[in-house]
Write a protein that binds this ligand. Structure first.
Ligand code: FAD
Length: 246
């Protein structure tokens, strides 16, 4: 397959959002020639980690960084205590090695990006979408875009300052929500299927006909299924809905 590479990277930075959620910044080897399209993922493994049959354990993680951030890959990783890979990744520290293979995936930002495109994320489903936004803004994209993003808890609002910056300076219409807001939570309540209908009228004021509106959705399977169902019922077109779930 063209462009697929297996590379040994080093952990350059770790941002801990909670016991079970981290963002890892991986440094690619010098001159690796690794390239990807925003939305794609890599298979992650650890040196020497294999299952009982000696087979390498590798799991998919969407790339959160943009191709413009050369030499690095950022991944948002949830750790499941019983998981074969994720808790092992959480045992790693800055300077440790992580093996990535890729890029893979057909969930990719399609060019040209239509004004009024809507990005909808649940939890770490933000990863491939923030890659798309980072890449667009790095290229100087000026048109209005929408991000509906639901995190289960306020402290799990990934890349918070950066996203608030896009809303302030880059024509990003931002609707952030959580189902478990506390008294400090100043944004909305509920999942994207609850917040989207509330903003539909405002969305439609930008003049993009429903049949032309583009969507990129990523999150847990139930969130994606429910969101697609809602959009189809509202009259948006199946062929304009691009999705990834895990
Ligand atoms: C295209 C793609 C992109 C992905 N991108 C990301 C990403 O950006 N970030 C990320 O964190 N994950 C992502 N995943 C999921 C990831 O590949 C792993 O499936 C996940 O990390 C669990 O792997 P594990 O080996 O730790 O657990 P496993 O050994 O696969 O599972 C062990 C146990 O953990 C629990 N568990 C595993 N997955 C889930 C789940 N989704 N919900 C609830 N419980 C679960 C279950 O109890 C399960 O029995 C992606 C998957 C795909 C297919």
């Amino acid at each position: 397959m063209p462009n697929i590479k297996e590379l040994t990277t080093k952990i350059e930075n770790i941002i801990t959002y909670s016991e079970n959620l981290r963002v890892l910044r991986l440094r690619l080897p010098e001159g690796s020639g690794f390239s990807f399209v925003p939305g794609q993922f890599v298979m992650v493994s650890l040196p020497g980690l294999a299952d009982a049959n000696g087979r390498k354990i590798a799991k998919a993680y969407s790339i959160a960084s943009s191709p413009s951030q050369s030499g690095i890959l950022e991944l948002c990783i949830v750790s499941y205590p019983a998981g074969a890979l994720s808790p092992k990744v959480f045992q790693k520290n800055i300077g440790d090695e992580v093996v990535v293979t890729g890029p893979y995936g057909v969930f990719q930002l399609k060019q040209p990006v239509h004004p009024g495109t809507v990005f909808m994320a649940g939890g770490t489903g933000l990863a491939p979408l923030i890659s798309m936004l980072r890449s667009l803004y790095a290229e100087g994209y000026k048109e209005k875009l929408w991000l509906f993003y639901s995190a289960s808890e306020p402290k799990l609002f990934l890349f918070r300052e950066e996203i608030l910056g896009y809303a302030k300076h880059n024509n990003l219409q931002l609707v952030v929500s959580t189902s478990n807001g506390n008294s400090e939570w100043v944004w909305e309540k509920g999942r994207v299927t609850e917040t989207f209908p509330k903003h539909l009228q405002q969305l439609q004021q930008d003049g993009v006909p429903n049949e032309e509106r583009q969507f990129y959705i990523c999150g847990p399977p139930l969130m994606v299924t429910d969101t697609v169902k809602m959009l189809l019922e509202l009259g948006f077109k199946k062929e304009n809905i691009h999705k990834e779930q895990w």
